[in-house]
Ligand binder design. Structure first.
Ligand code: KIV
Ligand code: ZN
Length: 541
């Protein structure tokens, strides 16, 4: 095996902004994608798959801006996804071209079931397309990744042939997707081993893996793949993604970190080596998880490994006693290692604009003047209500501000009356996209219901509220409450999020935010989905 193509560390390829954004309701705007991309760079991912540029002008713009602003010389590789067609590859090439390290990722399905029903192509045709389109991608960039979609259910002999041809045409990474999350760890490991043994030119490419969590096995499958030669892992923050999601970055990275003595020998290192197996700054994990959860509206379950609210909480008396006597009795990793305890009390009522700006910079937020002004006003309002402002409060404010751009409808005024023996009533004033101020009122079963009914009287976008959740950012009665809502319009889901010490106000903003996304998408038209059958486009390859 060639050591250059099989490095002795694991490459982390983050696809939160592409596969993660394919989660129902996780649609992000350009500003939000940029904010996440910057945070992924701080986290230390090697490759950011920034989107599917051919999908829509908005997707193209987001990938291009990420390539310009985050894909710097010492930043991550910026990758764009493309089906194996000329238009897709051309769009991906144009979008990633401003990056110092651009990559095109092109794919075509190889399982018989996809060939017969989705592509309606023979194996010979798919072989020829893969070779030709990798060659076409190579005419734009040196760094080309090729994926045989649904590799997990493909005939291994055909898979070996396709991979050999793709590598010969210039693919430098070959990615093996378990597209439908069907394989078990030993099967997936065997697929990777088979590739190392049967693809003659495999030493010229890095083996990558991509997998979905339909059976909850994605992370386990990847770890088995690492033992068998995979050196790039495609994953998402909080494991978000199509259907049950992708392999979770934080779980993979922490498994490789906590159990490095177990994994070291598989990467040709002495078992006792302390050198990290990935480039990830693990102390950025918690912050990244919260940002992705806030901006996508994808709630993290409390018992989620690594980043769930209970992941480091010991409830049982026996466990608490053990941890007090010696941490290692019940803790295999330290909460500090994922940045969970970095929540310092930093600012207060008397802190000025400079201190505010400086702390935001230290936290990695670079806001434009307007955003900074709005965030500072929010901070001052909060400081009047809450004595001590922590880093997490600041993050909640800033995530909220990022979300509000570009706002279409704006909540100008909200008044609610409720209580025992009274009918909850809300009056709202909204600023419409054409600058009109509209006011309306409604009665509801509770204050939030009344607010939502009043908003619906102003914004006429039929929808069904399918999720409403409130979480507090920090402990204490004066804590900021974060509200996440998800609404369904026809067959699409849109989420909205907001944070405020008043949860009724946060609820109103979160709902307006979800409706803004809905109205934006209705105006822009639909984005193409990279994996849905669009045979006309594929036929042009
Ligand atoms: O799941 C999958 O197969 C994919 C490919 C586009 C890599 O997301
Ligand atoms: Zn996928």
């Amino acid at each position: 095996m060639n050591t250059q193509s099989q490095p002795d560390r694991i490459i982390i390829f983050d696809t939160t902004l592409r596969d993660g954004e394919q989660s129902p309701g996780a649609t992000l705007n350009v500003e939000e994608k940029l904010a996440i991309a910057r945070q992924l760079a701080r986290l230390g991912v090697d490759v950011i798959e920034a989107g599917f540029p051919f999908a829509s002008p908005g997707d193209f713009e987001a990938v291009q801006k990420i390539a310009q602003q985050v894909g710097t010389e010492d930043g991550p590789t910026i990758c764009g996804l493309a089906r194996a067609t000329r238009q897709d590859i051309q769009a991906a090439a144009d979008a990633v071209s401003p990056a110092a390290k651009p990559r095109i990722h092109t794919f075509i399905a190889t399982s018989d079931i996809h060939l017969e029903y989705k592509l309606r192509k023979t194996r010979a045709e798919v072989l020829a397309i893969a070779e030709e389109m990798v060659g076409f991608a190579k005419s734009f960039v040196d760094d080309v990744e090729f994926s045989p979609e649904d590799a997990g259910r493909s005939d291994p002999e055909f898979l070996y042939q396709v991979l050999e041809r793709a590598i010969a045409a210039g693919a430098t990474t070959i990615n093996i997707p378990d597209t439908v999350g069907y394989t078990t760890p030993s099967e997936f490991g065997a697929i990777i081993r088979g590739i190392t043994e049967h693809v003659p030119n495999i030493d010229q490419a890095i083996i990558s893996v991509h997998g979905h969590n339909d059976l909850g096995l994605a992370v386990a499958n990847f770890l088995e793949a690492v033992k068998n030669g995979a050196r790039q892992l495609e994953c998402t923050i909080n494991g978000i993604g199509e259907r049950a999601g992708n392999a979770a970055l934080e779980e993979l990275v922490m498994a490789l970190h906590v159990r490095r003595q177990y994994f070291n020998p598989f990467l040709g290192r002495p078992a006792e080596s302390e050198a990290p197996l990935t480039n990830i700054d693990t102390r950025q994990i918690y912050k990244t998880s919260r940002m992705v959860s806030n901006l996508t509206g994808m709630f993290v379950q409390p018992n989620k490994a690594i980043v769930g609210a209970n992941a480091f909480a010991h409830e049982s008396g026996i466990h608490q006693d053990g941890v007090l006597k010696h941490k290692l009795t019940y803790e295999i990793m330290d909460a500090q290692s994922i940045g969970l305890t970095d929540n310092q009390i930093v600012l207060g009522k008397h802190s000025g604009r400079n201190a505010f700006r400086t702390r935001l910079k230290e936290l990695g937020f670079e806001l434009g003047d307007q955003e900074l002004n709005r965030a500072f006003l929010r901070f001052k309002e909060l400081a009047d209500k809450k004595k001590e402002i922590t880093d997490w409060d600041l993050e909640a404010i800033v995530n909220d501000e990022i979300q509000h751009t570009p706002a279409r409808y704006q909540l100008e005024h909200l008044q609610v009356s409720c209580g025992d023996h009274s009918k909850p009533t809300a009056t709202v004033t909204l600023l419409t996209p054409d600058g009109q101020e509209l006011t309306d009122a409604a009665i509801g079963t509770g204050p939030v219901d009344a607010v939502y009914r009043a908003i619906n009287r102003v914004i006429d976008l039929p929808n069904e509220l399918i999720e409403f959740s409130v979480q507090s950012v920090t402990a204490g009665i004066d804590a900021i409450g974060e509200v996440t809502v998800r609404v369904r319009h026809e067959d699409r889901i849109f989420s909205g999020h907001s944070a405020n010490t008043d949860i009724v106000v946060a609820s109103a903003h979160a709902y307006v935010n979800a409706l803004n996304r809905l109205s934006f998408v209705l105006e822009q038209g639909r984005s193409l989905h990279p994996q849905h059958p669009v045979t006309a486009a594929v036929a042009q390859a």
